[in-house]
Structure formats: structure tokens, C-alpha cells
Design a protein around this ligand. Structure first.
Ligand code: UTP
Length: 297
């Protein structure tokens, strides 16, 4: 079975739900505690054995490319000031030369279009796709979402989509899959629909933003067919591919935060701060006090 070596990160969206912050700062660069959102997602990809990072960017997203470059002057200053812990962390997360690629989407025509823009960089091999605004927090002592998907992929092959359960009244907000028989640590996907009408969902399993896809998806995306809200939808292309190739669902049991929304972003900051040994005790009591004061008003 072919190894999953490359991951695509579509960062070409406009982030309109986060204006005015995203007028000049890409939403992927907003910080959760002390790291940009994109760093968490890249960490998840590297933990899963990904060797090459492909970013599909857009206008005003150049800062993402700079972020993944070596900052030689900063490193020299950190050496001068004896800040060795900070320096070694920056060096540890620095991608090796030649292991990042950036391409421009030019126009934000939808997620399917952004993925198609990565076709030449991915080439003819299966790849991972991670939506950078969806932050995953794995359960304690468990591997990250993409690592678990890669494990499933080596058992089943095909295409893998990570899913989570939502409340039945929320299914119209998401891409929803229909669940077939169980296989290995996942299940067969028998259908999928992007944002079904209320009461018409196949299940309450929604697509959470992590995928392993076969390169045949590019041939379908090449047709540039528009779907829901006149955008080129990845779900529509996956549905067509599902007619020819197997798709499996991986049920991720950790927490997920939609950092493209204000509520998800604030929750992510609190959850990730509470998960850190250096911050948990310091943040816990002030948070409780804040909530008590709010309730007393
Ligand atoms: P979203 O719909 O959440 O992103 O797309 P958006 O359009 O930036 O957000 P809002 O709704 O205006 O606030 C999910 C992911 O797909 C990427 C986004 O960057 C995000 O990571 N995307 C979306 C693209 O790269 N290109 C697109 O044309 C659309």
C-alpha cells in the first residue's frame, strides 16, 4: 500500500466570520494560547508521518509562508540573549528545507477548487487533507486524529473521512455521511450530502475536516462543477468518487473546535490552555472567578 507522504492545507478562504481580524491576518495565523492555529494542524500532520506540507493560499496570506521559513536574525538574537529553550523549540518545529510547497488559489471558489489547485504538487499518490481552521484535541494518551486515520488506511486502503457526532438539529450545517457496516476501526460510508435540509440528514455523523484521499479525486474536481452556494464542493466530488472507490469513516472521539468561528476559537483557547501543565493551575481559578462574577451580574 502506498504511504501517505503529503498533506494539503487549504488556506485560501476569506474568513469572513472573523472580520475585522481577518482583514489583514489570515484566520490560520490567529493564536490559540501562544501558537498560530496552523501550527497545531501541521503538528498533527507531522505526528502522522507526513513528510511534505502543501499550502493552497490566497491573496494576503503570504505571512503563512514567512511563518514556516527560518528567521535567521531572530535565531541569532535568541542565541545572544541565551534564550536556548525558545530557540530549540523554534528549530524543532521548523520544516526541513524543501519540505513545504505553496500554490495560489487565485479566487476562493470553494474547498473543492482549493484541493484541485494542489493537483500538480500532490501528483499521483494518496494524500492527507487537513482543514486548518478545525482544531482537534485528542483524548489523553491517544494519538492525533490524522495518525489514527493513517492506521485505519493501512488496514483498509481506499479513502478515509474523519467524522464526529453532532446534535440532530445541527446536521444542516455540515457535510453528513451515511453509515454502513463496520470495518477494522471504522465503517463503510454509503452516502454523503453537503448541508442537508433540516430533517433530511442520513445520520448525525458530520465530516470534521480530516481526509485521506486517492489522487483520482483530482480528475473529478477538474470538471469544476459548482454545488451548494455556487462553490466547487469537495463533498460532491467525493460522492462521485465513492461510485468507483471505497470510502471509510473514522469516528474521532476527541474534542474539535471550529476556529473559523468566534465561539469555537474562544473555546479552543480555554481548552488548550487548560490542557497545558505550565498554564492549567494559573488559568483555572481566574476563569472560575470570571464566570462567577458574570453569573452574579
Ligand atoms: P470555510 O468555509 O470555513 O472558510 O472553509 P472561509 O470561506 O475562509 O470562512 P468564512 O465562512 O468566510 O468565515 C473551510 C476551509 O477551506 C478553505 C478555508 O481556508 C478553510 O480552511 N477554503 C475555503 C479555501 O482554501 N478556499 C476556498 O475557496 C474556500
Amino acid at each position: 500500500m502506498r504511504k501517505i507522504r503529503k498533506a494539503v492545507f487549504p488556506v485560501g478562504g476569506l474568513g469572513t466570520r472573523f472580520l475585522p481580524a481577518t482583514k489583514t491576518v489570515p484566520k490560520e495565523m490567529l493564536t490559540v494560547v501562544d501558537k498560530p492555529v496552523i501550527q497545531y494542524v501541521v503538528d498533527e500532520a507531522r505526528e502522522a508521518g507526513i513528510e511534505h506540507l502543501i499550502f493552497v493560499t490566497g491573496r494576503s496570506k503570504a505571512v503563512i509562508e514567512d511563518y514556516f521559513d527560518a528567521q535567521v536574525e531572530l535565531y541569532a538574537t535568541l542565541v545572544e540573549r541565551g534564550k536556548t529553550a525558545e530557540l530549540s523549540y523554534l528549530q524543532e518545529i521548523q520544516p526541513d528545507p524543501g519540505t513545504t510547497s505553496f500554490t495560489r488559489q487565485q479566487e476562493p471558489l470553494g474547498l473543492g477548487h482549493a484541493v484541485w489547485c494542489a493537483r500538480d504538487l500532490v501528483g499521483d499518490e494518496p494524500f492527507a487533507l487537513l482543514l486548518p481552521d478545525m482544531l482537534m484535541q485528542a483524548m489523553q494518551a491517544r494519538k492525533g486524529c490524522l495518525s489514527e486515520m493513517v492506521d485505519l488506511y493501512y488496514e483498509t486502503g481506499g479513502n478515509i473521512i474523519a467524522v464526529q457526532e453532532c446534535f440532530p438539529e445541527e446536521t444542516h450545517k455540515y457535510g453528513i455521511v451515511g453509515k454502513g457496516r463496520s470495518v477494522a476501526h471504522g465503517f463503510e460510508i454509503i452516502n454523503m450530502v453537503e448541508k442537508p435540509r433540516e430533517g433530511k440528514a442520513l445520520s448525525n455523523f458530520y465530516i470534521n475536516g480530516r481526509y485521506i484521499l486517492q489522487p483520482e479525486i483530482f480528475k473529478i474536481l477538474q470538471r469544476q462543477e459548482s454545488g451548494f452556494s455556487n462553490e466547487i464542493q469537495l463533498t460532491d466530488a467525493m460522492l462521485q468518487l465513492a461510485g468507483k472507490e471505497p470510502f471509510y469513516g473514522f469516528h474521532f472521539k476527541g474534542k474539535i473546535f471550529d476556529c473559523g468561528s468566534k465561539i469555537g476559537f474562544i473555546k479552543a483557547n480555554v481548552a488548550f490552555a487548560l490542557s497545558r501543565n505550565d498554564l492549567r493551575d494559573q488559568i483555572y481559578s481566574p476563569l472560575i472567578d470570571l464566570l462567577k462574577e458574570e453569573r452574579a451580574l
